[in-house]
Structures are given as C-alpha cells and as structure tokens.
Design a protein around this ligand. Structure first.
Ligand code: 5GP
Ligand code: MN
Ligand code: MN
Length: 336
C-alpha cells in the first residue's frame, strides 16, 4: 500500500482544494461508514469544498440514518464535477460506481481505499489491503498517518463499518488487530449497544412479515455444491410492494438463510428490475463463492460475494447451481 503517496495526495488538497468522496452502489455499512468517518476526519483538516455521495437514488438505508457525517452527503446528480481529489471507498472495481466512475478519470487525483482481493487498483493511488476486515481499517490508518485524532463522530462511523463487515465481530476476519481497532473506537465514548440496535436489530414490522414469507419458500438442496449443500430463496419487487417495504430491508435476508446447518452455500436472489436480480452468495468455507460470482459477472470475497443476474429466478439459480458443480469452467475445483 502506498501510504506516503496517499498522505501526500490529501496534504496537497487540504485545506485549499475540493474533495469528493464516493462509495459503491447500494452502499452498506462499510461503504457509508468508512466514507463518512474519513470525511469527518478530512473536515478537521479543513477542505474548501467537501462532498460525499454514492451512485443511484440518494436515499440512505434506514439502519444508517443515525450515522454522524450524513450532512456531507449530496445526491450524485449534484456531486462536484471537477474535484481536485476523488476518494473511493469499498468498491472492488469502477463498475460498482455507476455514473460516478467518470469522476475518477478527471484531472484530479483518484485515491482508492478498499479491501477486496479482486481490486486491480483502478485509482492513481491505491490503498487496497485484502487482509483488512473492512475498508474502515484502511481509512483509520490513513487518518492516523494524516495526524487526525479519532473523535466520537469519526469513531461511530468507523465502528458501524467494522461491525457490519465482520458480522458483528463473528467472521474469521476478526483478528486481534480488529479488536484493537474496536477498542480505540470505543475509547472515544461511543455506545455499541445503541449503535448495534439501530444498525442490526431494528426493522419495520412489515419487513418481519416479508421475511417470514420469503423464508417460508426457501429451498434446501443437500446434493448441490458437491454435497456441501445449497440453500436459497428469492424476493420479488411484488413481495416488497405487498408489504410496503424498501429494497434495503432485503440486505439482512441472507443472515437467517445462511444459518441453515445443512448447507455450506447460501443464496438470496433479489429482484431489482423486470428480469434483473441482485444475487447474494455466502459460504461457510468449503466453497469459494467469489469464484462463482466472478464467473457470473460479479465479485466479492471468498465467503461473501454477489453478482447481477438476468432472466427468471430459476434461470439465475440454475447458473449458480452449475457453477457450484465441479467441472471445466465452473467456479469449484473438482475434489480428490
Ligand atoms: P452482498 O451480498 O452483501 O450484497 O455482497 C457481498 C459481497 O459481494 C460484497 O463484498 C460485494 O463487494 C460483493 N458484490 C455483491 N454484488 C456484487 C456485484 O454485482 N458485483 C461485484 N463485483 N461484487 C458484488
Ligand atoms: Mn461494501
Ligand atoms: Mn467492505
């Protein structure tokens, strides 16, 4: 990681220049938390014009509406067209940036902060650490190298990012360094119980009923993935409409599905258009789902990945099943 170049890039524009912060489409806790936490840090350095944005509709998912730094957000349509520095958070490739990808190509410096192993380094300066549990780990280190001390606002954003990407400190990415970072964040006085309740344990009653319906149609296929097992379900736009719910509530749907003890691989297929689906894949370890996702045009990590599928639900799940079956061109190597 090119820390010296990253520090120089920020020092060059603060305080006189213009900085635009961007993150991946359908932003999750790490995308928003690392972006806004770093943004609050930059504000302490003083930046003439500082904006944060993400592609698509400017709606912030309910779990993140309590985040400090939301006042930095502007709709993508109003984002600075000629920033001196663009900083991109938690996006494995510029295809995850929608219409904002062109901001990276402008005359300003493009700085990429990320932790996806598949990130090829599409910025002018790239801080990509596949060993980092979250992009917020990279963001915290860069703030430290810039001499910006943590305050409660920055810490809350980075804590949301760290706890969401580690599954509340349950995944293997939860190293001693992750807990040391959590300790530094908590030392600012933030309240983990209150933050977790807002981010993880609060959803509209309609979403509870919607989950009940969607989980009720889940299918278990013990023979799939070379006998490691597949569990899957789907949710349509009509399901959302009937329960009067916004699409973001489905982000949490993979969690009860992946609890299935009989399946190593779990899959949730969420309708995003007439014949377009956002597919979430999770593995318990036997299968590398990022290979499956990459084979189907997406990406992600070994144990958590996704892609955009077209056609019917059955066609999309058929493709996943095929990639999970060993053979030439599939995402899973034959065993033995
Ligand atoms: P989720 O299932 O939570 O939406 O995404 C899990 C992981 O897969 C994330 O780390 C995300 O980066 C990756 N991912 C999800 N959807 C896509 C996609 O359409 N394209 C790519 N390249 N990665 C995705
Ligand atoms: Mn993310
Ligand atoms: Mn992340």
């Amino acid at each position: 990681a090119d820390w010296a170049a990253a520090v120089a890039a920020v020092r060059q524009v603060a305080p006189a220049g213009r900085v635009l912060l961007i993150c991946h489409v359908n932003p999750d806790g790490d995308a928003l938390g690392s972006m806004l936490g770093f943004g609050l840090g930059l504000r302490r350095l003083g930046v003439r014009r500082l904006q944060a944005t993400f592609p698509g509709p400017p709606e912030v998912p309910e779990p993140f509406r309590g985040l400090p730094g939301l006042e930095l957000l502007v709709p993508a349509t109003e984002a600075d067209l000629e920033p001196d520095l663009v900083i991109c958070f938690d996006a494995a490739s510029d295809s995850r940036l929608g219409d904002l990808a062109d901001r990276l190509a402008g005359p300003g410096t493009a700085l990429v902060l990320d932790h996806h192993a598949s990130n090829a380094g599409f910025g002018d300066v790239n801080l990509v650490d596949p060993a980092a549990a979250a992009t917020s780990v990279v963001a915290e280190e860069l703030l430290a190298r810039l001499g910006v001390p943590l305050d409660a606002g920055i810490a809350e954003c980075l804590y949301v990012a760290l706890s969401t990407d580690t599954g509340s400190f349950r995944f293997d990415a939860t190293t001693p360094a992750v807990h040391e970072m959590a300790a530094r964040l908590l030392a600012t006085g933030i309240r983990p119980g209150e933050i977790s309740r807002r981010v993880f344990d609060s959803r509209p009653f309609g979403a509870v009923r919607l989950f009940g319906e969607v989980l009720g149609r889940a299918r278990l296929e013990p023979e799939a993935a070379s006998g490691h097992g597949l569990v899957w379900t789907y949710a349509t736009q009509d399901d959302l409409a009937r329960h009067d719910q916004r699409p973001y509530v489905l982000e949490a749907l993979i969690d009860p599905v992946r609890c299935t003890a009989e399946a190593d691989v779990s899959c949730v297929v969420k309708q995003t258009g007439p014949d377009e689906w956002a597919v979430s894949l999770r593995s318990k370890g036997a299968v590398d789902v990022s290979r499956v996702a990459v084979a189907l045009g997406g990406g992600g990590h070994r144990l958590a990945a996704g892609f955009t599928g077209r056609g019917t639900v059955d066609e999309v799940v058929d493709r996943v099943r095929a990639e999970l079956t060993p053979g030439p061109g599939s995402g899973v190597a034959p065993e033995g």
